[in-house]
Ligand binder design. Structure first.
Ligand code: GUN
Ligand code: FE
Length: 455
């Protein structure tokens, strides 16, 4: 019999397609030394009992208690790690004012590595405690502090994809917070890429450098072109904000006479390894370009309610073949929880479908076929995120990483309303998705390692 590093026994929920969630009732998950799910064994399989006989009672055998379930760890495709320091504040003003009055001043403080360490340690731990096992981060313009964030992810066991932010346009950015010049922005980005690649060599779960033009309005043409070249030279991920609000979308149209998608493409910034946040104002040609280049959309539904002047037509983008994942957009979105964002994604889509202005007749109020289900929103937070990053994460299936959250529905202080011992497991799944709180997340594992346990 093959030796496994660990075996877990319990009931799991995992997406098999954007619309379908599969229940794996009382399965065995056999994990190898690399933290990969080497085999999944159903109770009806011939080797189920022999495996139980061989491993039960051993230190590396883990059986879930009654009322506990496995969910895949969440993939948060858009987090501004420094903005954790202002989460929940200043949400009552438009994007442009929010950036200039609150956000750039707080990000400027990350030149101080002690301050950066405090905030970055806390945001990584908080995301882990909320079930986020992979995060795609914007840091700040500072090379050293950005590298510190990657080191903290590596140390705490989170799979972190981290970008040093580029904002080099002296006309558009404040003197107290921008790259000193286009040359230093590009040189710092390249040094950062090499340093993170070096760090990755000793990091089991992976850390990855990300080329990160903040958004077109903050970058010169030369920087955007240089960043496209660096991404291609070093084969890195790329992230930015794309067509987020009326103002941001309009700015790019005025500057280039085209939408963000095509402008970013002209600079070599759209590829299979690109993730663009928001994308509220994507038109059909933009969506086709995303599908063709393999560029993913990161949907940030809580943030959009404040800053995007709109609800993204997620169902429509999906029908166009665009890859989509979910993001918290801390702190444009106030919550570090993708559970909260899954819920908001469903609710926003329902409001888009029905419309909100009762002065209009019902038939004219909304946008048909816009709703997404809780299963679809769960897919965005898990498998959709994994596909967006082209990594084997976000599903509990063979050859995927063992990245899981263990949900306890019977916790005395946060009990879910489950009263029937025979309740349908799809209903229990829905209760978890709508009602689970951070207390219900008892343990989090990444790449086969326990990275969080709630006391
Ligand atoms: N556009 C440019 N920067 C930002 C940011 O920090 N947050 C959001 N939501 N949009 C942006
Ligand atoms: Fe953002």
């Amino acid at each position: 019999m093959i030796k496994y590093t660990q075996i877990f026994q319990g009931t799991a929920f995992t997406s098999t397609s954007p619309k379908e969630v599969e229940v794996l009732t009382n399965y065995l998950f056999c994990i190898n030394a690399d933290g990969i799910i080497e085999k999944i064994v159903a109770p009806s399989d011939a080797d189920y009992q022999p495996l139980l006989d061989a491993y039960e009672g051993k230190e590396n055998f883990h059986r879930l208690a009654e009322g506990q379930y496995f969910l895949p760890g969440f993939v948060d495709l858009h987090v501004h790690a420094p903005q954790w320091a202002q989460s929940g504040t200043a949400l009552d003003i438009p994007l442009y004012d929010w950036l200039n009055t609150y956000t750039f001043p707080i990000e400027a403080k990350f030149s101080d590595l002690d301050f950066a360490k405090d905030v970055y340690q806390d945001v990584v731990s908080t995301l882990l405690a909320n079930g986020t096992t992979t995060a795609l981060y914007f840091a700040t313009v500072h090379k050293e502090a950005s590298l510190l964030l990657a080191e903290i992810c590596a140390e705490k066991g989170q799979r972190g994809l981290v970008g040093k932010v580029v904002m080099d346009d002296a006309e558009q950015n404040p003197t107290f917070y921008r790259d000193a010049s286009t040359q230093t922005a590009l040189a710092d980005t390249e040094e950062f890429i090499l340093a993170v690649k070096e760090l990755a060599k000793s990091t089991k779960q992976g850390v990855y450098p990300v080329v990160t033009p903040r958004f077109i309005p903050s970058c010169t043409d030369d920087a955007l072109k240089g960043l496209g070249e660096l991404a291609s030279k070093h084969d890195t991920y790329v992230q930015s904000h794309c067509s987020e609000s009326d103002w941001a979308h309009g700015y790019v149209q005025d500057r280039f006479g085209k939408n963000d998608a095509f402008a970013l493409h002209d600079f070599g910034l759209l590829s299979d390894k690109s993730v663009m946040a928001h994308c509220n104002f994507l038109d059909d040609d933009d969506a086709d370009l995303f599908a063709k280049t393999g560029t993913a959309v990161c949907h940030c539904p809580i943030s959009n309610a404040y800053f995007a002047n709109s609800v993204v037509p997620i169902a429509h983008l999906q029908s166009k073949g665009v890859e989509i994942g979910l993001g918290s957009d801390i702190s444009g979105g106030f919550s570090p929880s993708l559970f909260d964002n899954v819920r908001q994604a469903v609710m926003s889509s329902r409001m888009l479908e029905d419309g909100v202005n009762t002065a209009l007749p019902a038939a004219e109020r909304g946008v048909q076929n816009s709703r997404i289900t809780i299963n679809e929103a769960f897919y965005l937070a898990t498998a959709g995120g994994g596909e967006s990053l082209s990594l084997p994460i976000g599903r509990l299936a063979q050859n995927y990483t063992w990245d899981v959250q263990i949900i306890d529905t019977k916790l005395a202080t946060a009990k879910l309303p489950i009263f029937d011992a025979q309740e349908d497991l799809h209903d229990i799944f829905q209760k978890i998705m709508y009602l689970a709180r951070p207390e219900n997340i008892r343990e989090v594992w990444i790449q086969g390692e326990k990275v969080h346990a709630r006391k």
